[in-house]
Design a protein around this ligand. Structure first.
Ligand code: PEP
Ligand code: MN
Length: 355
């Protein structure tokens, strides 16, 4: 339920309403507007009729139901767009495009440090690299584990780039939090509710990838688990879905961008590497992603894709990645973005005057 306070209601009245909501067993989510305060009452749907009586309390204007099943991820309790801060130089959302790049897996010190240097030089503002890999086959490379996390931290030290890495087991939260800046939840774990709830108890941002057979509303419901458990820093990621098509590894569903924009305030980025599975298609789909309003990209880049231990076929060489970022810049400007990775654009106000 949403409890809308009257314009001019007092702090005392607000406090009483909040106390009453909590007595009824609901959690409160308060939004202070310019004129009015709005309180979201979150909890068990079954007792929501009790909340209707709140309209008897002084200062309450009206009590209305939250129609969306994703109450915190949806737009009813939060208008506009959310910006997620990863580090000082890396902010995603509201016209600031995140560029997360790096290899699929961390393989060695040389590989990850070289990758980090190259993607930074090209304009990326975060480094990706998996230390715990969720592989379809148990015989495939499973990642270096903690050793991989240490190498990621080293690459961050060398370049200053914040680190995005996948978590596949909620028992690893403390370990990964020590080394990384963003928890990536992979497609295979989008509905691992134990993991989602546990990540809700952390403060670091979560990059939540859409499951390969998940609908947009299921992605938003998954995000809701993290938000409802207390972590507001969620970035959504479309990475391609399974269809009957076999020309590409997955079908990159760019429809998800406007569909999510309409339903949620959360930032949405695109992974064209897993979305296509073919390195030659990655640049084209990256440009399409920025043109259709995505908040950023996560792209696999490897110094030697031909010898990569995972996803070499979809990984860009650093030189190709640099060229892509150069080609993305005019598109990002054309759609009114303020920045692309570490490249900040002049706003109209910053430009030297014509005189
Ligand atoms: C990855 O990012 O390397 C990965 C495994 O992605 P996804 O979960 O989208 O398959
Ligand atoms: Mn990969």
């Amino acid at each position: 339920m949403i409890i809308v306070m009257r314009a001019g209601s007092s702090d005392e009245q607000l406090k009483k309403v909040i106390n009453r909501i909590e007595e009824l067993g609901y959690r409160t989510h308060i939004m202070y507007g310019v004129e009015r305060t709005v309180i979201g009452a979150l909890g068990d749907e079954r007792g929501k009729d009790k909340l209707l009586t709140l309209n008897q309390l002084p200062g309450v204007d009206k009590v209305i139901p939250i129609l969306s099943p994703y109450k915190l991820a949806g737009t009813q309790l939060k208008e506009g767009h959310t910006q997620v801060k990863i580090s000082g130089d890396c902010v995603i959302g509201k016209g600031q495009l995140g560029l997360i790049a790096g290899p699929c897996s961390v393989e060695s010190e040389e590989q990850i440090v070289e990758s980090a240097r190259e993607v930074k030089a090209a304009g990326a503002n975060a480094l990706r690299g998996g230390a715990f890999k969720p592989r379809s086959s148990t015989y495939s490379f499973q990642g270096l584990g903690e050793e991989g996390l240490k190498l990621l931290a080293l690459a961050r030290e060398e370049t200053g780039l914040p680190v995005v890495t996948e978590i596949i087991d909620h028992h690893d939260i403390d370990l990964i939090e020590r080394y990384a800046d963003v928890f990536q939840v992979g497609a295979r774990n989008m509905q691992n509710f134990t993991l989602l709830k546990a990540l809700g108890g952390t403060k670091k941002p979560v990059l939540l990838k859409r499951g390969m057979s998940a609908r947009v509303d299921e992605l938003l419901l998954a995000a809701e688990y993290i938000l409802a458990a207390g972590n507001p820093n969620v970035i959504l990621c479309e990475r391609g879905i399974r269809t009957f098509e076999t020309a590409t590894r997955n079908t990159l569903d760019l429809n998800a961008v406007p569909a999510i924009r309409e339903r949620s305030h959360l930032p949405i980025i695109i992974d064209p590497s897993h979305g296509t599975g073919v390195w030659r298609y990655v640049s084209t789909m990256s440009k399409a992603a920025i043109a259709c309003g995505a908040d950023g990209l996560i792209i696999e880049v490897h110094p030697h894709p031909d010898s990569a231990l995972s996803d070499g076929a979809q990984s860009l060489k650093p030189k190709v990645f640099k060229q892509l970022v150069d080609e993305l810049e005019p598109i990002a400007r054309a759609v009114g973005c303020k920045s692309l990775g570490s490249r900040m654009f002049e706003t109209v106000d910053d430009r030297p005057s014509a005189e």
